[in-house]
Design a protein around this ligand. Structure first.
Ligand code: GFB
Length: 310
């Protein structure tokens, strides 16, 4: 990417989009285009088409999506599949029509079959049944990936797709009903430390599932790196290469936050997939690896949370 290239970051206020924006600015890209949801509703085809025709971006980071943790995915199934399909269709088609040089589409490790062998290789896609709690979201993300792949084959576009593991970091959603596990743990332990009436801290499921967590600034650097270096029509995994159980994660967050009270597990809440560890050999072979350890990333996120209380 040329430093003066016009780069559109969709979803620049979200966890991923805001990190991509920070990374691009830090690397000297000075022609970055953003629109708030109020200014451009990405579920509206005509508005998206008009925006692309007027602005003619050279590169697009498709980091806008309806996202959430296990409970939001499980309970808002219609909204997750509808909004994500609409956003992807509108962005990919408008990018094709407006002659965008390259687009990067962001998927998620939940697109892989729930019982696939671990670690998850890119070629395991569509080889088995999906995890039930997030099937609508995963179907939408698989459709987005296939949109990119199909447009490349039929129209000769250069639309790549990347599959990150579970992400966390600053600017995350800390709402306890819709967030992912890491912001939920930070908030629950922090509030219970300040207010003993909120003890014991109640966590969901059994604590046995394992997750792979990548700090979002590392993910953003990988996305910019792949936008510059990767041109294949096959998705590529982005992760740390190792995972941790939710119970171990809870102990780590507890230590960082300094909560010493009791914890109980609510077994009526779902565990979700037992493991979704990504095989990142293809990414490593390209010369990229993550810089932020889980402990350092959680410390930075906790510090940000304390400075930006909800
Ligand atoms: O991060 P999380 O919501 O999403 O949950 P998934 C991960 C694990 O943490 C599950 C447990 O086993 C949860 O039961 N957990 C324990 C908690 N306590 C809590 C809590 O207080 N809040 C939350 N949220 N979880 C989502 C998918 O799956 O992850 C999406 O639904 C997407 O499709 C995304 O792929 C990255 O990793 O289970």
């Amino acid at each position: 990417m040329e430093k003066e290239a016009k780069i559109y970051v969709a979803g620049h206020r979200g966890l991923v989009g805001s990190a991509i924006l920070r990374t691009l600015q830090a690397q000297g890209f000075h022609n970055v285009l953003t629109r708030t949801r109020h200014e451009l509703d990405l579920t509206q085809q005509l508005a998206v088409k008009q925006f692309f025709y007027e602005q003619k971006p050279d590169y697009v980071f498709s980091s806008a999506a309806k996202v959430g943790g296990i409970w939001a995915n499980h309970t808002q199934r219609g909204a997750f599949i509808y909004e994500n399909l609409m956003i992807e269709c509108n962005l990919v088609h408008a990018a094709y029509q407006a002659g965008v040089k390259k687009l990067l589409f962001l998927g998620s490790s939940c697109i892989y079959p729930r019982d696939a062998p671990q670690p998850l290789k890119e070629e395991y896609l569509l080889s088995g049944k999906l995890e039930a709690t997030n099937e609508p979201y995963a179907i939408a993300k698989i459709a987005g990936l296939k949109l990119c792949e199909s447009y490349n084959i039929q129209y000769g576009t250069n639309f790549i797709s990347v599959m990150p593991c579970n992400l966390y970091g600053t600017h995350d959603n800390f709402d306890l009903t819709s967030s992912h596990v890491l912001p939920a743990l930070i908030r629950k332990f922090h509030e219970a430390k300040l207010n003993p009436k909120l003890q014991p801290v109640v966590l969901w499921g059994t604590g046995t599932p394992r997750r792979e967590f990548l700090y979002v600034d590392d993910l953003a650097q990988a996305c910019v790196f792949l936008m510059e270096k990767y041109n294949e029509n096959q998705t590529i995994n982005i992760g740390m290469g190792h995972d941790i159980s939710i119970a171990e994660l809870a102990q780590l967050v507890q230590k960082i936050v300094g909560y010493q009270g009791p914890v109980v597990w609510d077994h009526t809440k779902p565990d979700g997939t037992m493991q979704k560890l990504l095989d990142i050999s293809r990414l490593l072979a390209l010369g990229w690896n993550a810089q932020t350890t889980l402990e350092n990333g959680i410390r930075q996120t906790y510090q940000w949370y304390c400075q930006n209380p909800k």
